[in-house]
Design a protein around this ligand. Structure first.
Ligand SMILES: Cc1cc2nc3c(=O)[nH]c(=O)nc-3n(C[C@H](O)[C@H](O)[C@H](O)COP(=O)(O)O)c2cc1C
Length: 205
């Protein structure tokens, strides 16, 4: 069982890393392999809506997005984590997720998603909502905790003092592990839910 973790921060040992380390410890205890890929320090451009992924099966820009795609396909769960920039996820992470979700045709149904947000003070729940939308358009159940998955800190490492934030992430990792394991059992017994042909309309027609 595997979970892919995308860290949107550009800071190597920043607060988002502190937050994610708290989760990886739990995944390890739960026997779940966790791979963290930090993309915030990479040059990731936005989607240009060329549509070539529909025929090529991968993004026209051959960068970390195409490296993440097979890891995501293989994973049972996906964690996306971002530092809050102007009450939003950071631009590199959004560019990455737009292209990753749009360019991959594999079935994401019942892969468990969780988002984690880190900020000095404000914009956390808006960013959390923003990130969860990638999961909820993709048939992915969203794992939750006992508070919205947010941690406070400004200078690198400050998040280590946010006891409630870190506890929230430990509980999140346990809940997510339980969901992934339960879904694996459910898939064995019942299979995935029946699919319908996607009706695709442009708002009115
Ligand atoms: C461009 C920029 C915008 C930011 N905007 C916000 C913000 O809207 N709200 C906030 O509380 N902190 C904001 N911050 C602070 C970061 O969210 C905070 O330092 C966080 O701990 C960074 O995480 P990291 O160490 O993992 O990179 C901003 C920082 C930067 C660089």
């Amino acid at each position: 069982m595997k979970v892919l973790i995308i860290n949107g921060s550009p800071r190597k040992d920043g607060n988002t890393s502190v937050a994610l380390n708290e989760m990886t410890k739990i995944f390890e205890e739960q026997g779940i392999e966790a791979e963290v890929v930090q993309i915030g320090n990479k040059d990731v451009r936005g989607c240009i809506a060329c549509g070539s992924c529909a025929t090529k099966g991968k993004c026209v820009f051959d960068d970390v997005v195409n490296e993440l795609a097979p890891k995501f396909e293989e994973a049972d769960g996906l964690v996306v984590a971002s530092p809050v920039y102007y009450a939003s996820a950071n631009a590199t992470l959004i560019a990455c997720l737009d292209r990753l979700f749009y360019s991959t045709g594999f079935d994401k149904t019942m892969k468990v998603g969780a988002s984690v947000v880190v900020a000095r003070r404000g914009g956390l729940s808006a960013t959390y909502d923003e990130l969860n939308k990638y999961f909820t358009i993709s048939g992915m159940p969203v794992a939750s905790s006992q508070y919205w998955n947010s941690v406070h800190g400004r200078l690198p490492g400050e998040a280590a003092s946010d006891e409630e934030g870190l506890q929230t992430l430990r509980v999140l990792a346990r809940n997510m592990s339980f969901l992934m394991k339960s879904i694996a059992l459910g898939k064995e017994q019942f299979g995935l839910p029946e699919k319908e042909e996607h009706i695709f309309t442009n708002f009115v027609k």
